[in-house]
Design a protein around this ligand. Structure first.
Ligand SMILES: *[C@@H]1O[C@H](CO)[C@@H](O)[C@H](O)[C@H]1NC(C)=O
Ligand SMILES: *[C@@H]1O[C@H](CO)[C@@H](O)[C@H](O)[C@H]1NC(C)=O
Ligand SMILES: *[C@@H]1O[C@H](CO)[C@@H](O)[C@H](O)[C@H]1NC(C)=O
Ligand SMILES: *[C@@H]1O[C@H](CO)[C@@H](O)[C@H](O)[C@H]1NC(C)=O
Ligand SMILES: *[C@@H]1O[C@H](CO)[C@@H](O)[C@H](O)[C@H]1NC(C)=O
Length: 459
């Protein structure tokens, strides 16, 4: 009996000891890993400087109903010869909390540090033989992009006074919303129509809640147009001069000294975030969009006010971004304006909000600005914002009232259709003027229609 027990004990020891050791080791590793990850989630405030990164390997975040994201982090070799993936890998690795925990703790480096990091990655990668071969085969436009993608410090040519855009006069309280509208020099008519319609600054009344009570609440709106330099060789007038005059008259022009091309639009995001972080310390929300959209500003005010009233508002503001959420992949049709060759970027795009019109909080704007220092420029601006968002680990909120592709079927013809949306693309200046007038006329009949995708509230 004793002998039998002895034999079993030996077996038990042989089998169990390694097993127990493994369990202990596993538990230790898990605890350490969790602690490392949690450390990065310190209470961060935008004024402290760059946020400690919460590293998210692309591919780990999957959200119901959408295709899984590309696993670029795990498939290094497969993407090793792709310019953008390769460049970003260097940076993502630098901030990987598991591989380089100390870099996360240091977190608050100055701007020079990030510039040199991006620059270093670019020179490391572009010196590789395979990259040079790739580069020569890229289309001219992408080559041009790659040669300039390290540069962000373009000087400002025209800017509003430091007061965060036009509309500061007679403000009753901190501005609720800044409208930041991408435009180009020659689109004077579009800007003028926006100023007179949905882009009016000053106090904007919220959507009337009922006829008797009138609109309670509302908020102050500021406005700024984001421009770069056009080529404008054969226009006859000196557009720089007229833009200067426009700025003196309206105070809503922000222009930088780079060429206004489609692939340079990402610069407008990054430079706008920088300007906003330095000049708009009181504004609560940002609308960023094109100059050929129609925005239902009064309704947007109502929507934003409601967000602020929610119990967890302070928490949600950190991550707040709404719009038309898209899932996509690079366009491989060489004739398309969105064409991005495989030798430049491989994999799907992260989810992103369509750049025609998107609304985000000022807290998030500052987080995006800091994160953008760690993400290489990408030629498609809204995709770039998505790339920053995924690195901030923020899930996007789709709102069906943002119609970046117009109304489905014939819904537009219904009386109250425009009261159910926050934004629609695309509308000419003439259409915008008419729509704005129509909206005012149908206000009484349509005051209680719910936004698209929302259910009617019982009163
Ligand atoms: C910013 O960081 C760089 C490199 O880390 C350092 O050389 C430089 O002195 C710093 N500048 C300031 C103003 O702190
Ligand atoms: C337009 O006017 C600006 C400032 O007055 C001047 O510097 C620029 O050379 C002019 N451009 C052209 C194309 O005449
Ligand atoms: C972006 O702007 C810079 C500066 O004006 C210019 O040199 C570059 O060619 C532009 N890039 C693209 C892709 O148009
Ligand atoms: C916001 O900026 C203005 C002007 O730049 C400054 O006077 C004010 O003190 C700032 N407010 C806060 C809360 O930082
Ligand atoms: C939200 O933040 C504001 C300003 O930072 C503060 O005054 C307010 O008390 C906070 N609200 C909650 C519910 O934490």
């Amino acid at each position: 009996m004793a002998c039998c027990f002895c034999r079993w004990r030996a077996v038990l020891i042989c089998v169990c000891t390694p097993f127990i050791s493994l369990v202990l080791l596993f538990a230790y590793a898990t605890v350490m890993l969790c602690m490392t990850m949690n450390n990065t989630e310190s209470t961060w405030n935008p004024t402290y400087g760059p946020e400690p990164v919460h590293f998210v390997a692309p591919g780990t975040l999957s959200i119901k109903d959408y295709a899984p994201l590309p696993k670029t982090f795990w498939e290094l070799l497969q993407h090793g010869d792709t310019i953008w993936n390769r460049l970003q890998l260097t940076i993502d690795r630098h901030f990987n909390p598991i591989l380089r925990p100390n870099n996360i703790k240091r977190g608050s480096e100055n701007g020079t540090f990030y510039e040199s990091l991006l620059q270093q990655a670019i020179s490391e990668v572009t010196n590789l033989e395979i990259m040079r071969e790739n580069f020569d085969q890229l289309p001219q436009q992408i080559q041009d992009f790659v040669s300039h993608m390290h540069r962000r410090n373009y000087p400002t040519l025209i800017q509003p006074d430091r007061e965060c855009g036009a509309g500061a006069k007679d403000e009753r309280e901190a501005p609720l919303l800044l409208l930041a509208i991408k435009s180009i020099e020659q689109n004077f008519e579009k800007r003028q129509v926006i100023r007179k319609t949905w882009g009016q600054t000053g106090w904007v009344e919220r959507q009337r809640q009922n006829v008797k009570g009138g609109g309670e609440g509302g908020g102050n709106v500021r406005r700024v147009f984001l421009l770069a330099k056009g080529r404008n060789e054969n226009v006859g007038v000196n557009l720089s001069e007229s833009l200067q005059m426009e700025s003196e008259r309206y105070g809503d022009i922000l222009q930088w000294d780079f060429m206004d091309t489609f692939f340079n639009l990402t610069l407008k995001d990054v430079l706008f975030w920088s300007w906003f972080s330095h000049s708009c310390n009181r504004t609560l929300f940002v609308f960023k969009g094109d100059d050929d959209v129609f925005v239902n500003t009064p309704r947007l005010m109502t929507y934003l006010r409601d967000q602020l009233k929610k119990p967890q508002a302070n928490e949600t503001m950190k991550d707040f971004m709404i719009g038309d959420v898209l899932v996509g992949a690079p366009n491989r049709d060489i004739k398309s304006k969105y064409f991005v060759p495989e030798s430049f970027y491989k994999g799907l795009y992260p989810m992103y909000v369509g750049g025609g019109g998107v609304v985000y909080s000022s807290v998030l704007t500052k987080r995006l600005y800091h994160m953008s220092k760690r993400v290489h420029m990408f030629p498609i601006d809204d995709v770039y914002v998505g790339m920053c968002m995924i690195r901030l680990n923020i899930p996007l909120i789709h709102h069906p009232a943002f119609l970046t592709l117009d109304f489905p079927n014939k819904e537009e013809e219904q009386l109250c259709s425009y009261h159910t949306i926050l934004l629609v693309h695309k509308r000419s200046p003439t259409q915008v003027v008419k729509l704005w007038a129509d909206m005012k006329m149908t206000q009484e009949q349509c005051w209680d229609v719910p936004l698209r995708g929302e259910v009617k509230k019982k009163i």
